[in-house]
Design a protein. Sequence first.
Length: 95
Amino acid sequence: MMILGEFGISLSIILIGIGIYGLLNSRNIIRILLSSEIILNASILFIFSISDLIGLTYQPVIFSVFAIGMALIEVVVAFASIILYYRNNGSLEVK
């Protein structure tokens, strides 16, 4: 399982980089939301990969279920905010 953990760490670091690039270079609210979700999911993958390397079993699973629940709440609030922003400005571009 050591190879899986190392691959997961490498993949999560690449995904975090892609998410940060998307946050910094995007002007569209939908793209900003997707970039933040990529970063959140990459951090969950990173925690699972580290736990695989160390040999932990249940602690990362509990944290990940909590993080996925928080991500769901984040998406609901973000889409509500996007709808209000679109109604007020008529566009999804950030100024």
